[in-house]
Design a protein around this ligand. Structure first.
Ligand SMILES: *Cc1c(COP(=O)(O)O)cnc(C)c1O
Length: 337
């Protein structure tokens, strides 16, 4: 029996058609800027999202890091959610490698950083303080789509207070599909956006950072410094282009399955569905029963994500079809019974 892996949307296997696209990719040395497929991917996303330039990097972590390093100098500060990926799940890279001080802000349950708290955290210009330079948002955050009017308000605040605005848009396309708007409608509020190709879009590797030409030139330099300069990377970029052509609209299927999953689990004893948005479902199970749940799921060959958040996370993606979803629902019902 195959495993049903609901831990993350990063676990997807490249499809046969994606592997074909990778096999046929034209390549060159991307450190020299000569890989035609990498250049096509960067240009494609820049055009689609309304930016001057893009930069292909090995991971979302590196994309956020070189983006922050391009925006901020040593001794600058960025404002970021306390539960944001760049602050909590990237090894402290901005501080460790960028000498950029993070100022965490307690997020609201919907993933927004309350703008009055953001404004209070901006430091006066005074040698006592780091120089507040940038606000970083994440969309989707834990599957939650940030409201469009909030993005406009955040943009207004940044313009008024002279801050840059960066989006960790690892799952930008999930947000766009959920709202039924083109991704550039979300992206247009930001000075830079990082998009992951290796999450729900199903590519094996890669993220793209978007911004002005000057910002991307600086980020390209930092990418080399942190060891992210790749050579014939067009093989990987081809997977990203294939994903953009074929795997964006289908994110709606993942969202529908996550909704079905949460509906099926709602009201089961011992399982408390906390939230479901886009392709993520969070459920609370008493900690005393986690080992039992883990063992029962292992026996049914189902993987869930324990431990990163207080709640258990279930993520739908390309490699979970209706039959797989039903198997997960049946196993969780059996646990609750
Ligand atoms: C996965 C993820 C990243 C970074 O991804 P890696 O490619 O694993 O480094 C950044 N931000 C968010 C919100 C993510 O989910």
């Amino acid at each position: 029996m195959d495993w049903i892996d609901l831990r993350s949307d990063t676990v997807t296997q490249p499809t046969a058609a994606m592997r074909e696209a990778m096999l046929g990719a034209a390549v060159g040395d991307d450190v020299y800027g000569e890989d035609p497929t990498v250049n096509a991917l960067q240009q494609r996303l820049a055009d689609d999202l309304g930016f001057e330039a893009g930069l292909f990097v090995p991971s979302g972590t590196q994309s956020n890091l070189v983006g922050l390093m391009a925006h901020c100098q040593r001794g600058d500060e960025y404002l970021v959610g306390m539960e944001a990926h760049t602050f909590k799940y990237e090894g402290g890279g901005a501080a460790v490698l960028g000498s950029i001080q993070p100022q965490p802000i307690v997020q609201a349950a919907d993933g927004t950083l309350p703008l009055d708290a953001v404004e209070r955290a901006i430091k006066p210009i005074d040698p006592h303080f780091a120089r507040t330079r940038l606000l970083c948002l994440e969309n989707t955050w834990h599957g939650c789509v940030l409201p469009m009017e909030y993005l406009a308000q955040a943009r207004e605040l940044c313009d008024r207070r002279g801050l840059a605005l960066h989006l960790d848009g690892a799952r930008l396309f999930n947000a766009a599909v959920a709202l039924g708007v083109p991704a550039r409608e979300i992206a247009r509020h930001f000075d830079s956006v990082s998009v992951c190709l290796s999450k729900g879009l199903g590519a094996p590797v890669g993220s793209v950072l978007l911004g002005t030409q000057a910002l991307i030139d600086s980020a390209r330099r930092w990418r080399k410094v942190v060891g992210g300069g790749m050579r014939q990377a067009g093989i990987l970029a081809a997977a990203g282009l294939h994903a953009l052509d074929h795997h964006v609209a289908r994110l709606a299927d993942d969202h529908a399955r996550a909704e079905r999953l949460s509906e099926a689990l709602r009201g089961l004893p011992g399982l408390d569905v906390v939230t479901q948005q886009t392709n993520m479902v969070f459920v609370e199970v008493p900690v005393a029963r986690h080992d039992e749940l883990r063992a029962q799921m292992e026996a049914a060959r189902i993987r869930l994500s324990f431990g990163y958040t207080p709640a258990i996370r279930l993520v739908t993606h390309m490699d979970v079809d209706d039959a797989g979803l039903q198997r997960a629902i049946d196993a969780l019902r059996a646990f609750a019974a």
